[in-house]
Design a protein around this ligand. Structure first.
Ligand SMILES: *Cc1c(COP(=O)(O)O)cnc(C)c1O
Length: 376
């Protein structure tokens, strides 16, 4: 069976994890956490990066940091993972869903302004497949209406928009190091990028259970106390050691993923040219990270037929994101602003193909041949 995904392994993970064990400090903010955070700050140009247990935790931290209150409204696409919305719902917010663009499956930046009300506090762009949302338009709207921008860059590690790393453009950015993402911290993990300097001090407090323990460890205060709301949002140093192995090999992982992505693209181009399928599109301002390779079939039935075909060839292909506004919780906690022209129909056509660092050339050829024979 060719799986849809396998967690990336580069080979140095065990050695670094062993070294974390020998350091005598396994809890958060140990040596590997510091190394990873510095690497992320330097490579992505963020003021402060804090490792967390997951992107979900990072999004929750972000909602606390910008002080979301019951009744506040937060704008985001409906075509996203539940955590994008849940983090804000936990603080009592109402989610306002906006339609997506069919070319990138990202929030349609031209429909955001109409969704802004006096209650709007934040916009949450989700960089689907590691392809950037139009951050120029989104940041300009945020400035005009005094809103926060929280980037859900779970899929966007190593991608950029006009040369700026995804996650480093909004006030706060959130990364995922889940095993289904490009880099993993041993299965689960995340990072919060604090790009607005005024939010850094409080971010450290929220992450440390609401205490100023980080300042205490730096010798800035002589005792630490309960200062604010917060939770346990630190990553274990064992996980940071695994992540360090992956960041150390980030360029290699990125190049290999881009190589596989391009092979799919080139092989399927003639089928797309005949109008049979639609291929992903990457706007010229964006350099992507090959987080995902998807195709769009004619409709849901066509997609189901291809999934069955691939399954018979022992290949797993999957789709995801039942639009949040059609889910029971989405209806309870949110509303869709404007018309759903693309979110539902486009999500029903989309199919994700196997793409992961350790996918062998042989297995990739098997997938490609099976796809080509389906379409012939
Ligand atoms: C994976 C993902 C998340 C959640 O990440 P975790 O690290 O699993 O919490 C959130 N948003 C998007 C868009 C994702 O793809």
């Amino acid at each position: 069976m060719i799986p849809f995904n396998a967690p990336p392994v580069v080979g140095t993970e065990l050695e670094y994890m062993q070294s974390a064990m020998e350091s005598g400090k396994l809890c958060g903010d140990g040596g590997f956490t510091r190394r990873c955070q510095q690497w992320l700050e330097q490579h992505f140009g963020s003021k402060k990066v804090l490792l967390t247990p997951s992107c979900t935790a990072s999004l929750e931290m972000a909602a606390m940091l910008i002080d979301i209150q019951p009744g506040d409204e937060v704008i985001m696409p409906s075509y996203t993972f539940v955590s994008t919305a849940n983090a804000f719902v936990l603080r009592g917010a109402t989610i306002v869903f906006v339609d997506i663009r069919p070319d990138t499956m990202n929030i349609d930046e031209t429909r955001i302004e109409a969704a802004i009300t006096a209650k709007t506090r934040a916009i949450v762009p989700v960089h689907y497949a590691g392809v950037a949302c139009d951050m120029d338009v989104i940041m300009a709207l945020a400035e005009k209406y005094k809103l926060y921008v929280i980037e859900d860059a779970a899929q966007g590690v190593m991608s950029n928009w006009r040369g700026k790393a995804l996650g480093s453009i909004g006030h706060i950015g959130c990364f995922s190091f889940h095993e289904t993402k490009n880099y993993t911290a041993g299965g689960e993990g995340g990072a919060t990028l604090i790009n607005d300097k005024s939010l850094v001090e409080r971010a450290e407090i929220i992450r440390e259970k609401g205490t100023n323990r980080s300042q205490f460890f730096r010798g800035q205060v002589d005792k630490y106390t309960w200062r604010d709301i917060g939770s346990s949002y630190l990553m274990s140093d064992i996980q940071a050691a695994y992540l360090w192995a992956q960041l150390d090999a980030a360029t290699r992982i990125n190049q290999q993923r881009l190589h596989l992505w391009q092979r799919y693209y080139d092989a399927l181009q003639p089928i797309a040219a005949s109008g049979r399928i639609t291929l992903p599109s990457v706007p010229p301002q964006c350099r992507h990270n090959a987080h995902m390779f998807y195709i769009k079939l004619r409709d849901e039935e066509d997609r189901a037929a291809l999934i069955r075909w691939l399954k018979e060839a022992e290949i797993l292909a999957v789709f995801h994101y039942i639009p949040l506004h059609s889910s029971p919780a989405g209806q309870r906690f949110g509303r869709f602003d404007g018309e759903d022209r693309y979110t539902t129909v486009e999500s029903e056509r989309l199919l994700r193909l196997p793409l992961f660092y350790n996918l062998s050339e042989n297995n990739h050829n098997t997938v490609l041949n099976s796809l080509l024979s389906f379409f012939s």
